[in-house]
Unconditional design. Structure first.
Length: 43
C-alpha cells in the first residue's frame, strides 16, 4: 500500500492517506500510529 503523510499543526495529529483512495485514512499522534490505523482500516 502506498500512502501519503500529512501533519495537522494545530492539533499535532498525523494522517496517513491511501494514495488510491483518499477516503481511506488513519490518524495518530505519531506517524507509526497513523500508518497502523490506516492499515487496520484497510484490512
Amino acid at each position: 500500500m502506498k500512502y501519503r503523510i500529512m501533519l495537522d499543526l494545530k492539533n499535532q495529529l498525523f494522517t496517513a492517506v491511501d494514495i488510491k483512495d483518499s477516503n481511506n485514512f488513519g490518524n495518530g499522534t505519531t506517524i507509526e500510529q497513523a500508518i497502523n490505523n490506516l492499515k487496520n482500516k484497510a484490512a
